[in-house]
Design a protein around this ligand. Structure first.
Ligand code: DAK
Length: 257
């Protein structure tokens, strides 16, 4: 296994992960998933983590899907094990306690789209192409797409995409809410830097609590979710962050978190 399959760049707690198999358009095979899971297990333990960006190496693809060559001869049992490995890894990405942002710099298909769906939000280059083309290969999405896609874009659009396997461009992905914004590929870097500044300037515990409230609340009924929000809101008054944030406002200065 090569460590280089996932490149990790850490700038003051904002960690950028690059899936690094550009010759195969960053397709997810077992080795990439294992390496990604190892990296994520290290990130989970870090108190200084402020945010995670995930992208693909090269200018052509974010991730063009699960590795078709590796999957081709799998038995049902092997396919189940492969899907379990992917689901576990993607869940670890999704449940990192900090914002996770997909920088979608090209093809974002199949398992790649499913990876992006596990991120808190996605920013795409204007040449990005999205889709769940698994039915064209005689299978269904196996990395969570049939469940996370309808939660992101609604069941009708998800069924359109997973049953036709059609590809959509970045403009349509934006229109249906699959991504948050679209920009020229050359501007993705500037966006990443701007985001790093924004996240570094916010209260880190508040950002983590905000993510937890949204994620955990989505799986609960409204009253329970509102109670969760109240608990996390109150928790914010327990540390020094709230005193600094509100104090800075009252003193007409920038907070120093
Ligand atoms: N897997 C393996 N290799 C891939 C790949 C992929 N998904 N996508 C691209 N590549 C490789 C190509 O084979 C080619 O390799 P060489 O021939 O150079 O060795 C290289 O990347 C460059 O690709 P192309 O030459 O095809 O480049 P083009 O610009 O012409 O086309 C493309 C780009 C993205 C339109 C095309 O490569 C393409 O259609 N790729 C496949 C896209 C796709 O179908 N993705 C979904 C894969 S299925 C499960 C159930 C389901 C799944 C998983 C688990 N369980 C129940 C276990 C399925 C998940 C999927 O993601």
């Amino acid at each position: 296994m090569s460590e280089n399959l996932i490149e990790v760049v850490d700038a003051a707690g904002l960690v950028r992960l690059t899936i690094n198999r550009p010759k195969a358009l960053n397709a997810l095979n077992s080795a990439v998933l294992s390496e990604l899971e190892r990296v994520l297990s290290e990130l989970e333990a870090r108190d200084d983590l402020r945010g995670v960006l995930i992208t693909g190496a090269g200018e052509k693809a974010f991730v063009a899907g699960a590795d078709i060559a590796e999957m081709h001869e799998k038995t049902p049992e092997e396919a189940r094990a492969f899907a379990s490995q992917a689901l576990r890894t993607i869940k670890r990405l999704e449940t990192l306690p900090v914002p996770v942002v997909a920088l979608v710099n090209g093809f974002c298909l199949g398992g790649g789209c499913e990876l992006a769906l596990a991120c808190d939000w996605a920013v795409a280059s204007d040449n990005a192409v999205f889709g769940q083309p698994e039915v064209l290969l005689g299978v269904i999405p196996g990395f969570g797409g049939t469940q996370r896609l309808p939660r992101r874009v609604g069941p009708a659009m998800a069924l359109d995409l997973v049953t036709t396997g059609r590809k959509i461009d970045a403009a349509e992905a934006l229109r249906i809410g699959l991504v948050n914004r679209v920009m020229p590929q050359a501007e993705l870097e500037a966006y990443a830097e701007e985001l790093a500044k924004q996240l570094a300037g916010n209260g880190p515990a508040a950002v983590r609590n905000a993510k937890q409230a949204v994620h955990d609340g989505m799986d609960q009924d409204l009253d329970s979710a509102l109670a969760l929000e109240t608990a996390l809101f109150a928790l914010g008054f327990a540390g020094s962050e709230q005193k600094e944030g509100m104090g800075a406002f009252l003193e007409k200065r920038k907070p120093n978190f």
